[in-house]
Design a protein around this ligand. Structure first.
Ligand code: CP3
Length: 321
Protein backbone atom coordinates (compact mmCIF):
# COMPACT_ATOMS: atom_id res chain seq x y z
CA UNK A 1 0.00 0.00 0.00
CA UNK A 2 1.14 3.63 0.09
CA UNK A 3 4.71 3.84 1.38
CA UNK A 4 5.57 7.50 0.97
CA UNK A 5 3.35 10.20 2.42
CA UNK A 6 3.02 12.82 5.10
CA UNK A 7 3.88 10.32 7.85
CA UNK A 8 7.52 10.14 6.64
CA UNK A 9 9.64 13.18 7.64
CA UNK A 10 12.22 12.38 4.92
CA UNK A 11 9.46 12.46 2.29
CA UNK A 12 8.09 15.75 3.62
CA UNK A 13 11.56 17.21 3.36
CA UNK A 14 12.10 16.05 -0.23
CA UNK A 15 8.58 17.12 -1.19
CA UNK A 16 8.81 20.66 0.17
CA UNK A 17 6.08 22.68 -1.46
CA UNK A 18 5.84 20.51 -4.60
CA UNK A 19 2.80 18.55 -5.67
CA UNK A 20 2.48 14.76 -5.96
CA UNK A 21 2.08 14.86 -9.75
CA UNK A 22 5.08 17.14 -10.17
CA UNK A 23 7.34 14.78 -8.21
CA UNK A 24 5.91 11.68 -9.90
CA UNK A 25 7.06 13.09 -13.26
CA UNK A 26 10.56 13.91 -12.04
CA UNK A 27 13.00 11.03 -12.72
CA UNK A 28 15.48 12.50 -10.22
CA UNK A 29 13.13 12.88 -7.27
CA UNK A 30 10.50 10.10 -7.58
CA UNK A 31 13.08 7.26 -7.42
CA UNK A 32 14.68 8.88 -4.38
CA UNK A 33 11.31 8.92 -2.60
CA UNK A 34 10.90 5.19 -3.27
CA UNK A 35 14.41 4.32 -2.13
CA UNK A 36 14.03 6.32 1.11
CA UNK A 37 10.65 4.79 1.96
CA UNK A 38 11.97 1.25 1.46
CA UNK A 39 15.12 1.94 3.48
CA UNK A 40 13.26 3.57 6.33
CA UNK A 41 10.50 0.98 6.62
CA UNK A 42 12.43 -2.19 5.77
CA UNK A 43 9.59 -3.57 3.63
CA UNK A 44 10.04 -6.44 1.15
CA UNK A 45 8.72 -4.65 -1.93
CA UNK A 46 8.70 -1.13 -3.32
CA UNK A 47 5.83 0.62 -5.05
CA UNK A 48 6.61 3.14 -7.78
CA UNK A 49 6.05 6.78 -6.82
CA UNK A 50 3.15 7.77 -9.06
CA UNK A 51 -0.57 8.35 -8.64
CA UNK A 52 -3.72 6.84 -10.11
CA UNK A 53 -4.51 10.26 -11.64
CA UNK A 54 -1.31 10.54 -13.69
CA UNK A 55 -2.71 8.87 -16.85
CA UNK A 56 -5.90 10.93 -16.47
CA UNK A 57 -3.86 14.08 -16.76
CA UNK A 58 -2.11 12.56 -19.78
CA UNK A 59 -5.44 12.07 -21.62
CA UNK A 60 -6.43 15.68 -21.09
CA UNK A 61 -8.25 15.81 -17.75
CA UNK A 62 -7.51 19.01 -15.77
CA UNK A 63 -7.02 18.05 -12.16
CA UNK A 64 -5.27 18.84 -8.91
CA UNK A 65 -4.34 16.62 -5.99
CA UNK A 66 -5.24 18.61 -2.89
CA UNK A 67 -3.80 17.79 0.51
CA UNK A 68 -6.32 16.17 2.88
CA UNK A 69 -8.84 15.96 0.02
CA UNK A 70 -7.36 13.92 -2.81
CA UNK A 71 -7.84 14.35 -6.56
CA UNK A 72 -10.16 17.15 -7.68
CA UNK A 73 -11.31 17.24 -11.32
CA UNK A 74 -11.62 20.82 -12.47
CA UNK A 75 -14.18 20.03 -15.17
CA UNK A 76 -15.97 16.76 -14.36
CA UNK A 77 -17.20 14.52 -17.19
CA UNK A 78 -20.90 15.06 -17.87
CA UNK A 79 -21.67 14.55 -21.57
CA UNK A 80 -20.73 12.32 -24.53
CA UNK A 81 -18.73 15.28 -25.85
CA UNK A 82 -16.71 15.31 -22.60
CA UNK A 83 -15.89 11.61 -23.08
CA UNK A 84 -15.07 12.11 -26.76
CA UNK A 85 -12.71 14.94 -25.80
CA UNK A 86 -10.58 12.56 -23.70
CA UNK A 87 -7.57 11.42 -25.70
CA UNK A 88 -6.52 7.83 -26.05
CA UNK A 89 -3.40 7.14 -24.05
CA UNK A 90 -0.11 6.36 -25.72
CA UNK A 91 2.18 6.28 -22.68
CA UNK A 92 5.32 6.17 -24.83
CA UNK A 93 4.34 9.63 -26.10
CA UNK A 94 2.11 11.08 -23.37
CA UNK A 95 4.06 9.85 -20.34
CA UNK A 96 7.69 9.76 -21.48
CA UNK A 97 8.92 10.51 -17.97
CA UNK A 98 7.46 7.22 -16.72
CA UNK A 99 10.08 5.02 -18.39
CA UNK A 100 12.86 7.17 -16.93
CA UNK A 101 11.28 7.11 -13.45
CA UNK A 102 10.97 3.30 -13.52
CA UNK A 103 14.46 2.75 -14.87
CA UNK A 104 16.05 5.07 -12.33
CA UNK A 105 14.01 3.49 -9.51
CA UNK A 106 15.15 0.01 -10.56
CA UNK A 107 18.72 1.25 -10.70
CA UNK A 108 18.51 2.67 -7.17
CA UNK A 109 16.85 -0.45 -5.75
CA UNK A 110 19.48 -2.58 -7.49
CA UNK A 111 17.53 -5.79 -7.09
CA UNK A 112 17.21 -5.46 -3.30
CA UNK A 113 13.40 -5.67 -3.45
CA UNK A 114 10.90 -6.11 -6.30
CA UNK A 115 9.21 -3.00 -7.72
CA UNK A 116 5.41 -2.86 -8.02
CA UNK A 117 3.79 -0.75 -10.74
CA UNK A 118 0.15 0.29 -10.40
CA UNK A 119 -2.92 1.95 -11.81
CA UNK A 120 -6.39 2.90 -10.68
CA UNK A 121 -9.07 0.54 -12.02
CA UNK A 122 -11.49 1.83 -14.69
CA UNK A 123 -14.39 2.07 -12.20
CA UNK A 124 -12.50 4.12 -9.60
CA UNK A 125 -11.12 6.45 -12.28
CA UNK A 126 -14.59 6.84 -13.84
CA UNK A 127 -15.97 7.68 -10.41
CA UNK A 128 -13.38 10.44 -9.92
CA UNK A 129 -14.05 11.87 -13.38
CA UNK A 130 -17.85 11.86 -12.90
CA UNK A 131 -18.00 12.99 -9.27
CA UNK A 132 -15.28 15.60 -9.70
CA UNK A 133 -13.58 14.49 -6.49
CA UNK A 134 -13.91 12.20 -3.50
CA UNK A 135 -17.51 11.31 -2.68
CA UNK A 136 -19.14 9.29 0.07
CA UNK A 137 -21.83 7.52 -1.92
CA UNK A 138 -20.90 7.96 -5.61
CA UNK A 139 -24.41 9.15 -6.43
CA UNK A 140 -23.50 10.76 -9.75
CA UNK A 141 -21.50 7.73 -10.86
CA UNK A 142 -24.35 5.33 -10.11
CA UNK A 143 -26.89 7.62 -11.72
CA UNK A 144 -24.91 7.71 -14.98
CA UNK A 145 -24.29 3.95 -14.82
CA UNK A 146 -28.03 3.25 -14.59
CA UNK A 147 -29.52 6.05 -16.68
CA UNK A 148 -27.04 6.61 -19.51
CA UNK A 149 -25.58 3.26 -20.58
CA UNK A 150 -24.02 4.74 -23.74
CA UNK A 151 -22.10 7.39 -21.80
CA UNK A 152 -21.06 4.80 -19.20
CA UNK A 153 -19.85 2.34 -21.83
CA UNK A 154 -17.95 4.99 -23.79
CA UNK A 155 -16.21 6.21 -20.64
CA UNK A 156 -15.38 2.72 -19.36
CA UNK A 157 -14.04 1.59 -22.75
CA UNK A 158 -11.76 4.61 -22.91
CA UNK A 159 -10.51 4.15 -19.35
CA UNK A 160 -9.99 0.41 -19.83
CA UNK A 161 -7.75 1.12 -22.82
CA UNK A 162 -5.84 3.83 -20.93
CA UNK A 163 -5.35 1.68 -17.81
CA UNK A 164 -4.20 -1.32 -19.88
CA UNK A 165 -1.72 0.81 -21.84
CA UNK A 166 -0.45 2.43 -18.63
CA UNK A 167 0.15 -0.94 -16.95
CA UNK A 168 1.67 -2.53 -20.06
CA UNK A 169 4.15 0.31 -20.32
CA UNK A 170 5.20 -0.19 -16.69
CA UNK A 171 5.70 -3.91 -17.36
CA UNK A 172 7.73 -3.14 -20.49
CA UNK A 173 10.02 -0.94 -18.43
CA UNK A 174 10.66 -3.70 -15.92
CA UNK A 175 8.31 -3.54 -12.92
CA UNK A 176 8.11 -6.95 -11.21
CA UNK A 177 4.37 -6.92 -10.44
CA UNK A 178 1.39 -4.64 -10.96
CA UNK A 179 -1.41 -3.64 -8.60
CA UNK A 180 -4.80 -2.42 -9.78
CA UNK A 181 -6.55 -0.21 -7.20
CA UNK A 182 -10.34 -0.30 -7.29
CA UNK A 183 -10.62 1.82 -4.16
CA UNK A 184 -14.24 2.86 -4.59
CA UNK A 185 -15.88 -0.21 -6.07
CA UNK A 186 -17.21 -1.32 -2.68
CA UNK A 187 -20.06 1.18 -3.19
CA UNK A 188 -21.68 -1.20 -5.69
CA UNK A 189 -23.98 -4.17 -5.26
CA UNK A 190 -22.72 -7.50 -6.60
CA UNK A 191 -25.19 -7.43 -9.46
CA UNK A 192 -24.27 -3.86 -10.51
CA UNK A 193 -20.60 -4.82 -10.39
CA UNK A 194 -21.28 -7.84 -12.57
CA UNK A 195 -23.39 -5.93 -15.12
CA UNK A 196 -21.51 -2.63 -15.34
CA UNK A 197 -17.89 -3.16 -14.22
CA UNK A 198 -16.62 -6.75 -14.25
CA UNK A 199 -16.01 -7.05 -18.02
CA UNK A 200 -13.82 -3.94 -18.08
CA UNK A 201 -11.64 -4.99 -15.15
CA UNK A 202 -11.35 -8.47 -16.64
CA UNK A 203 -10.17 -6.92 -19.91
CA UNK A 204 -7.44 -5.00 -18.04
CA UNK A 205 -6.14 -8.21 -16.44
CA UNK A 206 -6.43 -10.09 -19.73
CA UNK A 207 -4.31 -7.53 -21.53
CA UNK A 208 -1.51 -7.28 -18.96
CA UNK A 209 0.70 -10.35 -18.93
CA UNK A 210 4.11 -11.47 -17.80
CA UNK A 211 4.08 -10.35 -14.14
CA UNK A 212 1.91 -11.17 -11.11
CA UNK A 213 -1.18 -8.98 -11.03
CA UNK A 214 -2.62 -7.83 -7.69
CA UNK A 215 -6.19 -6.54 -7.38
CA UNK A 216 -6.94 -4.23 -4.45
CA UNK A 217 -10.57 -3.52 -3.64
CA UNK A 218 -11.77 -1.67 -0.56
CA UNK A 219 -15.02 -2.82 1.05
CA UNK A 220 -14.47 -6.13 -0.67
CA UNK A 221 -16.42 -8.37 1.70
CA UNK A 222 -19.66 -8.76 -0.29
CA UNK A 223 -17.94 -8.87 -3.68
CA UNK A 224 -14.95 -11.18 -3.15
CA UNK A 225 -15.98 -13.85 -5.65
CA UNK A 226 -16.66 -11.20 -8.30
CA UNK A 227 -13.24 -9.63 -7.82
CA UNK A 228 -11.70 -13.04 -8.26
CA UNK A 229 -13.67 -13.50 -11.49
CA UNK A 230 -11.94 -10.39 -12.85
CA UNK A 231 -8.84 -12.57 -13.13
CA UNK A 232 -6.07 -11.27 -10.85
CA UNK A 233 -3.30 -13.52 -9.49
CA UNK A 234 -3.54 -11.97 -6.01
CA UNK A 235 -6.53 -10.53 -4.16
CA UNK A 236 -5.64 -7.58 -1.92
CA UNK A 237 -8.31 -7.01 0.69
CA UNK A 238 -9.04 -4.37 3.30
CA UNK A 239 -9.24 -5.14 7.03
CA UNK A 240 -12.96 -5.93 7.00
CA UNK A 241 -12.43 -9.42 5.55
CA UNK A 242 -10.85 -12.18 7.67
CA UNK A 243 -8.23 -13.78 5.41
CA UNK A 244 -9.68 -17.24 6.14
CA UNK A 245 -12.86 -16.06 4.51
CA UNK A 246 -11.00 -15.25 1.27
CA UNK A 247 -9.56 -18.76 1.11
CA UNK A 248 -12.91 -20.31 2.04
CA UNK A 249 -14.79 -18.42 -0.65
CA UNK A 250 -12.12 -18.14 -3.37
CA UNK A 251 -10.28 -21.42 -2.89
CA UNK A 252 -7.09 -22.45 -1.08
CA UNK A 253 -5.01 -21.74 -4.19
CA UNK A 254 -5.80 -18.02 -4.20
CA UNK A 255 -2.94 -15.72 -3.21
CA UNK A 256 -4.00 -13.02 -0.77
CA UNK A 257 -2.53 -9.68 0.25
CA UNK A 258 -3.56 -7.97 3.46
CA UNK A 259 -4.84 -6.74 5.75
CA UNK A 260 -4.02 -4.89 8.98
CA UNK A 261 -6.32 -1.95 9.69
CA UNK A 262 -4.12 1.17 9.18
CA UNK A 263 -5.57 2.59 12.41
CA UNK A 264 -3.75 -0.21 14.28
CA UNK A 265 -0.45 0.87 12.69
CA UNK A 266 -1.20 4.31 14.05
CA UNK A 267 -2.04 2.95 17.53
CA UNK A 268 1.10 0.77 17.62
CA UNK A 269 2.19 -1.30 20.65
CA UNK A 270 0.44 -4.48 21.71
CA UNK A 271 -2.84 -3.82 19.87
CA UNK A 272 -0.88 -3.61 16.60
CA UNK A 273 1.23 -6.73 17.12
CA UNK A 274 -1.73 -8.73 18.44
CA UNK A 275 -3.76 -7.88 15.35
CA UNK A 276 -0.80 -8.72 13.12
CA UNK A 277 -0.43 -12.05 14.96
CA UNK A 278 -4.08 -12.79 14.24
CA UNK A 279 -3.56 -12.21 10.52
CA UNK A 280 -0.37 -14.28 10.39
CA UNK A 281 -2.14 -17.02 12.35
CA UNK A 282 -4.80 -17.31 9.65
CA UNK A 283 -2.11 -17.51 6.96
CA UNK A 284 0.12 -19.97 8.85
CA UNK A 285 1.08 -23.00 6.82
CA UNK A 286 -0.20 -21.52 3.57
CA UNK A 287 1.73 -20.33 0.55
CA UNK A 288 0.92 -17.08 -1.14
CA UNK A 289 0.16 -14.63 1.65
CA UNK A 290 1.61 -11.12 1.33
CA UNK A 291 1.35 -9.23 4.62
CA UNK A 292 0.33 -5.59 4.18
CA UNK A 293 -1.95 -2.94 5.55
CA UNK A 294 -5.59 -3.16 4.49
CA UNK A 295 -5.33 0.35 3.00
CA UNK A 296 -2.80 3.21 2.85
CA UNK A 297 -0.80 4.46 5.83
CA UNK A 298 -2.64 7.21 7.74
CA UNK A 299 -0.81 10.57 7.79
CA UNK A 300 -0.56 10.67 11.62
CA UNK A 301 1.27 7.32 11.85
CA UNK A 302 4.65 7.20 13.60
CA UNK A 303 7.09 5.53 11.16
CA UNK A 304 8.63 3.74 14.18
CA UNK A 305 5.39 1.75 14.50
CA UNK A 306 5.69 0.61 10.90
CA UNK A 307 9.31 -0.43 11.40
CA UNK A 308 8.23 -2.46 14.44
CA UNK A 309 5.45 -4.03 12.42
CA UNK A 310 7.81 -4.99 9.59
CA UNK A 311 10.30 -6.47 12.08
CA UNK A 312 7.54 -8.36 13.84
CA UNK A 313 6.27 -9.90 10.59
CA UNK A 314 9.81 -10.83 9.59
CA UNK A 315 10.50 -12.48 12.97
CA UNK A 316 7.31 -14.47 12.77
CA UNK A 317 7.64 -15.61 9.16
CA UNK A 318 11.28 -15.85 8.11
CA UNK A 319 12.44 -19.42 8.04
CA UNK A 320 15.41 -20.05 10.36
CA UNK A 321 18.66 -20.38 8.46
O1 CP3 B 1 3.58 5.37 -1.42
C1 CP3 B 1 3.95 5.55 -2.57
O2 CP3 B 1 5.01 6.07 -2.84
C2 CP3 B 1 3.07 5.01 -3.64
C3 CP3 B 1 2.53 5.98 -4.53
C4 CP3 B 1 1.02 6.16 -4.53
C5 CP3 B 1 0.44 7.45 -4.55
N1 CP3 B 1 -0.88 7.30 -4.77
C6 CP3 B 1 1.17 8.75 -4.41
C7 CP3 B 1 0.47 9.69 -3.50
C8 CP3 B 1 0.00 5.23 -4.66
C9 CP3 B 1 0.06 3.72 -4.64
C10 CP3 B 1 -1.20 5.98 -4.83
C11 CP3 B 1 -2.51 5.34 -5.10
C12 CP3 B 1 -3.72 6.16 -5.04
N2 CP3 B 1 -3.86 7.51 -5.21
C13 CP3 B 1 -5.02 5.61 -4.84
C14 CP3 B 1 -5.31 4.13 -4.71
C15 CP3 B 1 -5.03 3.62 -3.35
C16 CP3 B 1 -5.98 4.11 -2.29
O3 CP3 B 1 -5.52 4.87 -1.43
O4 CP3 B 1 -7.16 3.74 -2.33
C17 CP3 B 1 -5.93 6.67 -4.82
C18 CP3 B 1 -7.42 6.57 -4.58
C19 CP3 B 1 -5.20 7.86 -5.07
C20 CP3 B 1 -5.72 9.26 -5.17
C21 CP3 B 1 -5.09 10.08 -4.08
N3 CP3 B 1 -3.84 10.67 -4.20
C22 CP3 B 1 -5.57 10.32 -2.77
C23 CP3 B 1 -6.90 9.85 -2.22
C24 CP3 B 1 -4.59 11.07 -2.09
C25 CP3 B 1 -4.57 11.51 -0.63
C26 CP3 B 1 -4.89 12.95 -0.45
C27 CP3 B 1 -4.63 13.40 0.98
O5 CP3 B 1 -3.86 14.33 1.16
O6 CP3 B 1 -5.22 12.83 1.91
C28 CP3 B 1 -3.53 11.27 -3.00
C29 CP3 B 1 -2.27 11.97 -2.71
C30 CP3 B 1 -1.07 11.09 -2.74
N4 CP3 B 1 -0.71 10.31 -3.79
C31 CP3 B 1 -0.10 10.98 -1.72
C32 CP3 B 1 0.89 10.09 -2.21
C33 CP3 B 1 2.15 9.67 -1.52
C34 CP3 B 1 -0.14 11.69 -0.37
C35 CP3 B 1 0.57 12.96 -0.47
C36 CP3 B 1 1.27 13.27 0.77
O7 CP3 B 1 1.17 12.52 1.74
O8 CP3 B 1 2.00 14.25 0.75
Amino acid sequence: MRQAGRFLPSYRKIKGGRGVLDIAKDPKTAPLVVENAVDELGVDAAIIYSDIMLPMEAIGVSLEIRENVGPVILKPVRTPADVAALGSLDPAVDMVYLGDVIQETLRRLDGSVPLIGFSGAPFTLAAYLLEGGPSRDLRTTKKVMHSDPDLWRALMVKLTEAVSAFLRMQVRHGVDAVQLFDSWVGCLSASDYETHVLAYTREVFRSVEGVPRIHFCADSYPLLEKFQEAGPDVLSVDWRVPLEEVWRRCGDGMSVQGNLDPVLAQVGGAPMTEAAAGILGMARGRRGHIFSLGHGVLPETDPANLRKLVNYVHEQTRAPR
